[in-house]
Design a protein around this ligand. Structure first.
Ligand code: SF4
Length: 388
């Protein structure tokens, strides 16, 4: 199966620096900023090495790490270099993650002026006790100014990230967080359940019983309350953790507030990842860069890609991914497209399991879609493993 080069692809750029490491975070980043300059040079060199990729890119996502430790000039140079070496579509979505504790009005104005057109603010919680537990560098008072500055700088496409399921949190206090978030009217909300990533300090503390994780049923209640609350406030869920504001005013009639970039991950669309630890996927091949800034810089300066691993997905693995990723989205799996791609009948192949899951109210099957119900979403992983 050859990748479809007409399908718009995405670029992910991993900025591997944070002012301080949050104890729950499994993403690769370091807090020694002395390598920043050498890293930026290497990142642009990596773009040059990859330059001839035959895709048109309609998304650039600058994530990390904490990209907002970079100046507008740094971001401008990155965007400019991407435009120089890759075919970038005219209506490209350029998203940048911003930490409310590492940004100011000037930076937002600068980011906007160099072409960033979507901002994702890592608010995580509007309560300082939660932010303290998460080890964030910001406090509640930093969030509203960040949103205000972004709006003032002209960003009309903004996302907020929130975390729930934090020890000590109640359903009531989570709903308060959601209320404060929707009061700011961001175009997009991501609500992630706190997970304990193996190898993180927080996971170690959990194993050593230094705190008591929230019971699963309470976290499940919060998940269901999230969907109800956000839907009552005009946010439509399109993926387990992601919600887009439905805008009905005439000007924004046709506006789609879903993350164009993140949808590529769930739809198995092609994307390339640059920077340490970044993953790339051009079906059926996935590869990932080394998780070391120094090795990355050394490799790229030697005109080599800094690839740490690669896998070629078998047809069966591709099917498994299409199912597990498809079920994350409220649109579900398009069964006719699935049948065409894998030359099988989805409905016939999984008839027995689907009937069983339908009976339990966990899955919905329509003429050409198969998706999880709200209750099913709580058991997405187990349901996926029943199907594969
Ligand atoms: S700021 Fe973000 S990327 Fe950095 S350590 Fe915290 S959660 Fe991880």
């Amino acid at each position: 199966m050859q990748p479809d080069q007409n399908e718009p692809a995405g670029i992910y750029l991993h900025i591997p620096f944070c002012l301080r490491k949050c104890p729950y975070c499994g993403f690769y980043s370091i807090s020694d900023l002395s390598l920043k300059k050498a890293f930026l040079k290497a990142l642009m060199r990596e773009m040059r090495i990859l330059g001839n990729i035959p895709f048109v890119f309609d998304t650039i996502y600058i994530g990390g790490g904490t990209p907002s430790i970079l100046t507008a000039e740094d971001i401008g140079e990155i965007v400019e270099t991407a435009r120089q070496f890759f075919r970038i579509s005219a209506d490209v979505e350029i998203t940048m993650e911003v930490n409310p504790g590492a940004v100011d009005q000037e930076r937002f104005i600068g980011y906007k002026s160099v072409g960033v057109n979507r901002i994702n603010i890592g608010a995580q919680s509007f309560q300082d006790t939660n932010l303290l537990f998460l080890g964030r560098i910001h406090s509640e008072k930093d969030i509203n100014p960040a949103v205000k500055w972004a709006r003032k700088a002209g960003f009309d496409n903004m996302g907020l990230d929130l975390i729930y399921g934090i020890p000590g949190q109640t359903r009531k206090s989570w709903l308060l967080d959601l209320q404060k978030a929707v009061d700011l009217r961001p175009e997009h909300l991501s609500c992630y359940m706190l997970t304990y990533e193996p190898g993180t300090p927080m996971d170690k503390d959990r194993q050593e019983a230094r705190f008591c994780p929230l019971p699963d049923n309470l976290a499940g209640d919060m998940f269901e309350s999230t969907i109800e609350f956000l839907s009552a406030n005009n946010y439509v869920q399109y993926e387990i953790s992601n919600f887009a504001l439905v805008q009905s005013d005439k000007k924004a009639d046709k506006r789609d507030n879903r993350s164009r970039h993140n949808r590529k991950y769930w739809l198995s669309a092609p994307y390339i990842g640059l920077g340490p630890s970044a993953h790339s996927f051009v079906e059926p091949v996935r590869y990932w860069n080394t998780r070391s800034v120094t090795k990355y810089i050394k490799d790229v300066n030697g005109s080599r890609l800094s690839i740490d691993g690669k896998e070629v997905l078998s047809r069966k693995q591709q099917m498994i991914e299409a199912i597990s990723l498809g079920l994350r989205m409220t649109d579900g799996i398009k069964t006719d497209a699935f049948d065409k791609k894998f030359d099988v009948s989805f409905k016939k192949t999984f008839a027995e399991t689907i009937a069983y899951l339908e009976e339990d109210g966990l899955i919905k099957l329509t003429e050409n879609r198969c998706s999880l119900t709200r209750n099913g979403m709580l058991f997405a992983d187990s349901i996926t493993s029943m199907l594969i």
